[in-house]
Design a protein around this ligand. Structure first.
Ligand code: CO8
Length: 255
C-alpha cells in the first residue's frame, strides 16, 4: 500500500509510526484509518520489529477525528465511521507487540482515543489531552467512552467527557492517563530507550504479558488466572528455560 499520511521507520528493532498531516493537526480521516489498518498488519508480520511507537508530526499527536470529513455525514455514515475507527484502534490493542504512544502535542477527541488504545503513553510536557466532542454536540466514537473510564475511573472520565476540558500533561499524569512526562526534545529518545528496554526482554514473554493482561480484563478473575497458568506453562521448555538457565549460569540470556 502507498502511504500518504503515515510514515514507518525502523530503528534497532523499534517501529516508529508517525502521523504526518500537520497542516490539519493530524486530524484522523478515513485515509488515516485505512492506512493504519494496513500498516498494523505490516508491523505485526515484520520480524525486524519488536515494539511499536506511535507519534505525530508537528504540534499535534492528533487533534481528533476529521471534522471536515464528518460534517456532512448522515446517521449511517457516522456509525460506519465510528465502527471503522473502533476496529482499527482495537487492532492496535490486539497486535501481539507492545505499542507505546509518544504524545507530542494535542491529543484531543479521536487523538486521545488513539493514545488510549496504545499499551501506555509517554507525554511531552507540551502535550494536551481532552475529549471535546460534546462541544460539537457529539460523543466520542472510537471507544473513548469505554476506554477512558476503564483507564482513569468513572468519575474522572465523566468529568472530562461532560466538561470537554483540555488538560495538560501534569494533570494527565495525575489522572494516570499518561505514565511519564518528558521534555519535548526528549520525547522520542526517551520513548525509544524505553521501547528498546522492553525489546531486550524475553520476546515471547513480552507478547504473552500483553495478551494475558489485556484478555484477562475481559474475563473473570478465575478465568484470567487460568489463562495465566496456561501461558506461563507454555514458556517452559522455550524461552523461559533459557532465561532461567542464563540466570543460574550468571550470563545474559540468548533469546
Ligand atoms: N478536524 C479537521 N481539521 C482540524 C481538526 C479536526 N479535528 N483540528 C484542527 N484542524 C485544522 C483546522 O481546521 C486548521 O485548518 P485550516 O488551517 O485549514 O483552517 C488547522 O487544523 C490548524 O488548526 P487551528 O488553526 O485550529 O490551530 P490552533 O492552534 O488555533 O488550535 C486546536 C488547535 C485547539 C486543537 C483546534 O484546532 C481545535 O479545537 N481542533 C478541534 C479539536 C476537536 O474538537 N477534536 C475533536 C474532534 S471530534 C472527534 O474526535 C470525535 C471522535 C469520534 C468520531 C466518531 C466517528 C463518527
Amino acid at each position: 500500500m502507498d502511504y500518504t499520511i503515515l510514515k514507518l521507520s525502523i530503528e534497532e528493532r523499534i517501529g516508529i509510526i508517525t502521523i504526518s498531516r500537520p497542516q490539519a493537526l493530524n486530524a484522523l480521516n478515513s485515509t488515516f484509518f485505512h492506512e493504519m489498518d494496513s500498516l498494523l498488519d505490516e508491523v505485526e508480520s515484520n520480524k525486524d520489529i519488536d515494539v511499536v511507537i506511535i507519534t505525530g508530526e508537528g504540534k499535534a499527536f492528533a487533534a481528533g477525528a476529521d471534522i471536515a470529513e464528518m460534517c456532512d455525514m448522515k446517521q449511517q455514515e457516522g456509525s460506519e465511521f465510528s465502527h471503522l475507527g473502533q476496529a482499527v484502534f482495537a487492532k492496535i490493542e490486539n497486535i501481539s507487540k507492545p505499542v507505546i504512544a509518544a504524545v507530542n502535542g494535542f491529543a484531543l477527541g479521536g487523538g486521545c482515543e488513539l493514545a488510549m488504545s496504545c499499551d501506555f503513553r509517554i507525554a511531552s510536557s507540551k502535550a494536551k489531552f481532552g475529549q471535546p466532542e460534546v462541544n460539537l454536540g457529539l460523543i466520542p466514537g472510537y471507544a473513548g467512552t469505554q476506554r477512558l473510564s476503564r483507564l482513569i475511573g468513572l468519575a474522572d472520565a465523566l468529568y472530562l467527557l461532560f466538561t470537554a476540558d483540555i488538560i495538560d500533561a501534569n494533570e494527565a499524569l495525575r489522572l494516570k492517563l499518561v505514565q511519564k512526562i518528558v521534555e519535548p526534545e526528549e520525547l522520542l529518545p526517551e520513548t525509544l530507550a524505553l521501547a528498546k528496554k522492553i525489546a531486550s526482554k524475553g520476546p515471547d514473554a513480552v507478547k504473552l504479558i500483553k495478551k494475558v493482561t489485556r484478555e484477562g480484563l475481559l474475563k473473570s478473575f478465575a478465568e484470567g488466572c487460568e489463562l495465566e497458568s496456561e501461558k506461563f506453562g507454555s514458556l517452559f521448555e522455550k524461552q523461559g528455560a533459557e532465561g532461567m538457565k542464563a540466570f543460574l549460569e550468571k550470563r545474559k540470556p540468548v533469546w
